[in-house]
Design a protein around this ligand. Sequence first.
Ligand code: 0RA
Length: 672
Amino acid sequence: MRGTNINTTMEEYQNIEEQEQAQYSAANIQVLEGLEAVRKRPAMYIGDISEKGLHHLVYETVDNSIDEALAGFCTHIEVTINEDNSITVQDNGRGIPVDMHEKEHKSALEVVMTVLHAGGKFDKGSYKVSGGLHGVGVSCVNALSTKMVSTVYRDGKIYRQEYAKGKPVTGVEIVGDTDIRGTRQQFWPDGSIFITTTYKYDILANRMRELAYLNAGITITLTDMRLDENEKAGIEGVRTEKFFSEGGLRDFVRYIDSSRTPLTGDVIYLNTEKQNTPIEVAIMYNTAYSENLHSYVNNINTIEGGTHVAGFRAALTRTLKSYAEQQCQKELEKLAKNHVEISGEDFREGLTAVISVKVAEPQFEGQTKTKLGNSEVSGYVQQAVGEALANYLEEHPQEAKLIVDKVILAATARVAARKARENVQRKSPMGGGGLPGKLADCSDKDPANCEMFIVEGDSAGGSAKQGRSRQFQAILPIRGKIFNVERVMWHKAFEHEEVNNIIQALGVRFGLGEDSKEANYEKLRYYKVIIMTDADVDGSHIDTLLMTLFYRYMPELIQKGHLFIATPPLYRCRLGKVEEYCYTEQDRLHFMQKYNNGREDGIFTQRYKGLGEMNPEQLWETTMNPETRLLKQVTIEDAAGADYVFSMLMGEDVGPRREFIEKNATFANIDA
Ligand code: 0RA
């Protein structure tokens, strides 16, 4: 799904400054591959053709401007979602060169826009470090757009070229004079290629925010011109946000942790370079229990980690351990007496950290190509973090003591957790303890065919049991609110009956940190795990609690795409012979508009307050039948964003939580 796009060699990287001075010319661009391939197999180039791929078009375009900024020539990037769902990205860089390309006999602009991989990154004279996820270049964006217009402001002139499906429909024309510099790209994604062409403001905003934190000093603005979309978000008129960070990753960890209580006063921060590899790290300890480690290589979120993360972990463990051995001997002796040994993960409980490295020739590995493979980077990061952390501990003895105490507590709790978990596992399916009594299992035994609904409440559970297909749908009713994983140490989970039932029914153990290997995902008994709750505030709260539980304790269940949320309807609307289920307030208004000139009267509206109000047939028809239902898949596209949201939703502060739920509610405010 992800590729590399850093094609400068290390040697070139070391000479950036000289290169910046080297006169770039069109001859530097090499030609590799045609664009027809992109339209034929779009997924190969941009990952997929869903909403995700659609948004990647923007990232790819913005990355080119980020590169120009990293090269030192651009300070502002403006991203606009236009009223017709086209996207405009404009920067104040040098402008893409428009001179003639020697080999191609075309302008450099045209080559960049119409030839795959001709981004100026294969050439000797230019420097590229920002990474589009696929690194395929803006020509891919062009190929996948019905129309694209490039405008270059350079040398007092405005140059313009227009394309359709990647092919030029005009030459590079001079269309006016200007006293600004920069590049403006506008594209209209091809609806015959993408499943959807409607951009989501929040998805773009999260990535632009992330880019602003990762590249301190660059101003990125995001503007949404679509009045109807803005209105849905409760915003009148044009929506616009400015993302700018002076503190870089320091600000990023503060943002991620804004709903958590800091353990120590300030952020531990380093921004350095080892062997010409820029390394930036920000670390903050909080009083909670989860580990939130976010890592980036060339602005790409390395979800699977890699050598830079390994180096970070090694430095953290080694430095804190050696500090504790020197300064906290008494405490360590006490631990040893109780047969508790500190392990790596204990150093990371309540840790929020962001690591960002820029690697000249990154090797990406792993299932999703988001794992850094370059072995040399591990040592660089370990050295940089080790030095900075040792200095910090030396200079902040009080904070150091707080951190060591927390590590000791974590180790003690972990040993307790193991005992508690071993108790549970003895009762697990593989341990011969059988399935939970509350589970109504399905008859098919092939996990690939099977689904398990986690249903809130016994009455809804009853309807679901009657309405389901016994063959492939299992029902696990749970009662009331399950516990909040953000606020307890993780072994406490095993004291909860509902949590134990879920573990036993799924057949998968929880795995965390070093224990994550123990999470035996190959034993998963259902490939679809579907959370089904009432379409109201309580229901969405339970959704969140369950999602957090899986996010923290079974992250691979989400990463592998097994977790879903069911969408029950809010209303059944009938007028004469037409009858429709409405899943949102908008659906209902739409029904009124379509069949009754927007009038509420003469329409029969049944409002469902909960799943329990539907009879089993209705529940099957609207929410459970794979032919007609709407399932939302839970994904972790944006792990830092998810961390922020989960800690905010689960944290002690009620205000932001209420605000978020109200803002993001898809349910009508029927019980407010
Ligand atoms: C290579 C050389 C030069 C500019 C760029 C790339 C460039 C590309 C993009 C893509 C989006 N915005 C951009 N801004 C600049 C110019 C070299 C020169 O002027 O000497």
